[in-house]
Design a protein around this ligand. Structure first.
Ligand code: ZN
Length: 322
């Protein structure tokens, strides 16, 4: 048993395990061959990746690092139609995996491997191998989930001679279901760029800043790079007094968006276009009255409301009961 694993209801019958255990001893791959002979370029890349500078793996008479044993048998990342017939993967192994998948043990993790080296591999050696399903464990529960350990043993030959064995174990498991944390829904983040950064800097200081063209003195909101009245590029700012009235509004019913509903339930909420006494208009939430009491002409006053630890926004509080 693996560390941290424990039997699940050790005494309870497990019909699936009976079926799985019947695969032990059946071939996982038969008469398969490596994609490439043992070769110096792969050895060099391996040594570079591992930082292994041993002279045994270089030059005339070089051998392959023994731990490359599995590398010579790998199928590659993409299926290769011309060589798939040489992978020799058996219907038995596919059947075992299908049985596990079908029973809900759909996840897989490699847990460990053991290798035994019988003779050195040299560039030019032709690799062939057979693989057998050595064992299937009874059902175990690990931190990842409940499942079955499947051990395969690969017997590797070089030019027909036994060269090593590679024992490989996987856990096929059903992932632990973690209750999803109920997170407070967050509002979208504002997109802050060089054209509006000054506005958000003002919000951070609880000031609502309106741009003013320094050529023609026209106020503008939202922030823009140039003046719509005279095309002037230069500007400064004036701070809004905070007084305004609802110029227009909508009530959002659908789609539900809990982050915008003060109750967090995703119910209806009002969005107002507020006309500030300075003359510009700004979109925002009206607070202090129910969404269905917001009306055109409602007097409001600016305040700043913290929506979440990273977001503060200007909102408008109804200054009368509506
Ligand atoms: Zn202007």
């Amino acid at each position: 048993m693996k560390p941290g694993a424990r039997d699940v209801r050790a005494d309870a019958p497990d019909p699936l395990y009976e079926q799985l255990a019947a695969y032990a001893g059946r071939p996982a791959a038969t008469a398969a061959s490596g994609k490439d002979p043992v070769n110096a370029p792969m050895i060099r890349h391996w040594c570079e990746a591992m930082g292994d500078t041993s002279p045994a793996y270089r030059g005339p008479g070089a051998v392959a690092p023994p731990t490359m044993l599995q590398a010579w048998t790998m199928r590659g990342l993409a299926p290769d139609p011309e060589s798939d017939d040489r992978t020799g993967r058996s219907p038995a192994y596919d059947g075992l995996l299908r049985l596990l998948d079908g029973a809900g043990y759909t996840s897989v993790v490699a847990t460990d491997c053991e290798q035994e080296y019988l003779r050195p591999l040299h560039p030019g050696d032709l690799i062939t191998y057979d693989s057998v399903i050595e064992s299937v464990s009874p059902r175990k529960t690990t931190k990842l989930g409940t499942g079955y350990f499947v051990t395969t043993r690969m017997d590797v030959r070089a030019n027909g001679e036994p060269a090593g064995t590679h024992r490989f174990r996987i856990l096929k498991y059903r992932p632990v279901e973690r209750p999803t944390e109920r997170k407070m829904p967050l509002r979208p983040r504002p997109v802050i760029n060089r054209d509006n950064a000054g506005f958000w800097a003002g919000v951070a200081e609880h000031r609502l800043l309106i741009q003013r063209c320094t050529r023609c003195a026209t106020l503008r909101f939202p922030w823009l790079p140039g003046c719509n009245a005279c095309a002037g590029q230069e500007w400064d700012t004036v701070e809004a007094s905070g007084e305004g009235t609802v110029f227009s509004h909508v009530v959002m019913h659908h789609p539900s968006f809990p982050a915008f509903d003060p109750s967090g339930e995703g119910g209806p909420y009002a969005v107002a276009l507020v006309e500030l006494v300075e003359g510009v208009r700004i979109v925002g939430n009206v607070v202090g009255v129910p969404y269905d009491k917001v009306r055109v002409g409602l007097p409001v006053r600016l305040e700043f409301q913290r929506m979440d630890p990273d977001l503060e926004l200007p909102v408008f509080r109804a200054s009368e009961g509506g």
